[in-house]
Design a protein around this ligand. Structure first.
Ligand SMILES: [Fe+2]
Ligand SMILES: [Fe+2]
Length: 270
């Protein structure tokens, strides 16, 4: 074990204090110091202790916001910032820049799907699968699918809707494990509600099962804080598969236009 001399001397009360100690006292102090450090190192290697559902529930009243509020609606404990106004006829790219940013997770996820040669519908689904978390978190698969449905291929919308369900179920053949992150955020003793279990049952026999499954496969590897990603590699796929309305997102009277307007103006009182 390496000994940090400065930290060791400081732990004894500084150089003056050390100078007053005899040789034997110093040797003994060093031994104690190293034992403590060793204990700390072992403690650091312990497996992470995940909370229970009850412990997570106990956190609810410790927060000034609800956990399900979309990212544009909360400063997560700090004051929110003024958001830059959206252009009059906003495009998906504008929303990525001004409302979904930094969007690292979805960009990494789509980058992985592209590198591993997945279909354009899957790459698109990966790129969009969690964008709706800026608006709302619970049931984000269903909300996200509705947000994008008027503008993207049916398979991509299916993949977005159901990736939420398949995240709760491992699939060894596809290379998807239940994520540690879910032990952390739902509790290690969490059981998905009945409607999720029923949806999973439906999906297992569905001809498009692999569409949402492949989104979950790319979800796992998409949390690298050092990866450099951008929307540029996906412009061609967006051009081919995202039907950008000429009036701008929010103003084309589509079934999800109001969701885009809410994202554009989250500070409106009504
Ligand atoms: Fe998700
Ligand atoms: Fe995700």
């Amino acid at each position: 074990m390496e000994v940090d001399r400065r930290a060791f001397i400081a732990s004894l009360g500084g150089v003056a204090a050390v100078n007053l100690m005899d040789h034997e006292a110093k040797a003994e102090a060093l031994e104690h110091y190293m034992e403590d450090k060793l204990d700390e190192m072992v403690a650091g290697q312990q497996p992470e202790k995940f909370p229970t559902v009850a412990e997570i529930e106990a956190q609810i009243e410790t927060r000034p916001y609800r956990r399900g509020a979309g990212d544009v609606f909360t400063g997560r404990g700090k004051n929110v910032k003024i958001l830059e106004k959206m252009p009059d006829k906003p495009t998906l790219q504008d929303f990525f820049r001004l409302r979904f940013a930094p969007a690292n997770h979805v960009l990494q996820s789509a980058t992985r799907a592209m590198k591993t040669g997945m279909s354009e519908e899957i790459i698109l689904a990966c790129l969009l699968h969690d964008c709706v978390l800026s608006l709302i978190k619970p049931d984000h698969g269903w909300w996200g699918a509705q947000l994008f449905e008027p503008y993207i291929p049916e398979k991509s919308a299916f993949a977005i809707r159901y990736h939420q369900t398949l995240r709760f179920y491992a699939d060894d053949d596809a290379g998807y494990e239940y994520p540690d992150q879910y032990f952390r955020i739902f509790g290690h003793d969490y059981q998905p509600p009945q409607y999720i279990a029923d949806t999973y049952k439906m999906l297992k026999n569905h001809k498009w099962y692999m569409e949402p499954r492949l989104v979950t496969v790319n979800d796992l590897y998409a949390f690298d804080p050092n990866a450099k990603v951008s929307l540029d590699p996906f412009q061609d796929i967006l051009g081919r598969h995202f039907k950008q309305p000429k009036e701008g997102l929010g103003y084309d009277n589509s079934p999800s236009a109001h969701m885009w307007r809410t994202l554009a103006r989250p500070d409106n009182p009504l």
